[in-house]
Design a protein around this ligand. Structure first.
Ligand code: UT7
Length: 333
């Protein structure tokens, strides 16, 4: 028997950012930098810091925020996918901790590691579970406590990152013109040396030496990553647009990963999309890794800027390298 074809659609959104704000002035006092440099080179004005709690706490708060907006109960959730590079612990998975914290007692779940592309990879994975017909309610949450792995003596990286979490609920629809219509995802591990955290894994188990050598912090060759990120994100966004016969006028919003305003501008230019149609929150939160795209969706939806039927192109580039783009037709009124 032929089973009914299903698409995965986003039926609820939620987010959490910690209260503590680190503005550019804060960094002027701890490293050789200034507000003008940070704003002009990155677009960042502020970012948040989680002072008490971990990635699972932020993820749980984002999901509880989402659940407030829907009739779906925590016990009805089938699967929880946590996209993160800052898990609470190596194991158990952060998804287990989140499941317990929100009381999703009938869910299974797992963590997915794809750095700044984590949300897109998790979206595709969650959508495949829905499309299979086997699962009806999948939570995808991007949550990263980047301040836990930032070196506050390295001006090249510490100014860039912040803490946040944001979640979506995926449910099936038989109307195949809605939801996640298409994705293009790639990995290229030859980029591993440009952006990484070397210490603590099986390659370099934690030791006094790994701590002394600052191997438990983010390392980034910013210039190298910038070059490939501009091309990677612009090319893939254009590709997914063309593959789905979309012109720039057909697109309501580009929803880009928020790493650098200059990378976002280059992507929008390539697609022929004007500034007003690009979701931006980097000025408020910096680069929150897996939380950037869903937090943009949540904020723009809650501000009444998204309407049912809007065509969205989601795009990301990150460590790995990993990159991708997705075409979503928005389902919420
Ligand atoms: O999200 C995952 C993927 N990551 C990205 O997409 C990030 C990609 N890279 C970037 O966004 C940019 O490369 C950065 C924002 C990280 C850096 O901007 P840039 O324009 O590429 O600067 P740069 O690395 O070429 O550095 C230019 C100068 C250097 O000084 P010299 O060597 O020319 O004297 C840096 O030392 O700026 C200096 N610099 C700073 N100056 C003031 C680097 N960081 C700072 C700082 N304040 N915070």
């Amino acid at each position: 028997m032929q089973s009914t074809k299903l698409n995965a659609q986003i039926t609820a959104v939620g987010m959490y950012v910690p209260d503590k704000v680190l503005d550019n002035k804060y960094f002027e006092e701890i490293v050789e930098t200034n507000d003008e440099w940070i704003v002009s080179r990155t677009g960042i004005k502020e970012r948040r810091k989680m002072e008490n709690g971990a990635t699972s706490d932020m993820a749980a708060n984002a999901i509880l925020d989402l659940l407030k907006t829907t009739s779906v109960k925590a016990e009805e959730i089938d699967v929880i996918i946590v996209a993160t590079v800052t898990p609470d612990m190596f194991f158990p998975a952060t998804a287990c901790l989140v499941q317990d914290k929100i009381g999703a007692k009938n869910a299974w779940g797992f963590d997915l590691s794809a750095a700044c592309s984590g949300f897109l990879f998790a979206l595709q994975t969650g959508a495949a579970l829905i499309e299979s017909g086997r699962y009806k309610k999948v939570i995808v949450v991007g949550s990263d406590k980047m301040t836990a792995i930032s070196d506050y003596t390295d001006r090249n990286t510490c100014i860039l990152f912040g803490d946040a979490a944001s979640a979506i609920l995926l449910e099936p629809t038989e109307d195949l013109s809605y939801g996640l219509i298409d994705t293009l995802l790639y990995t290229d591990g030859s980029g591993k040396d440009a952006l990484n955290m070397k210490g603590g894994g099986s390659l370099n188990p934690s030791s006094h030496e790994t701590v002394d050598n600052k191997m438990h912090y983010i390392y980034q060759d910013g210039k190298a990553v910038f070059k490939v990120a501009v091309k990677g994100m612009a090319d893939i966004s254009y590709e997914v647009m063309k593959k789905n016969n979309l012109e720039s006028d057909d697109i309501a919003y580009l929803v880009p990963h928020q790493a650098n305003l200059r990378i976002i501008d280059a992507t929008a230019n390539r697609m022929g999309i004007e500034k007003e149609k690009v979701m931006i929150n980097i000025h408020k939160y910096g680069n929150t890794t897996a939380a950037t795209i869903p937090s943009c969706l949540t904020e723009y939806y809650r501000a009444g800027k998204l309407k049912k039927g809007d065509n969205l192109i989601l795009a990301a580039f990150g460590a790995g390298y990993t990159w991708g783009a997705a075409y979503v037709k928005w389902s919420l009124d």
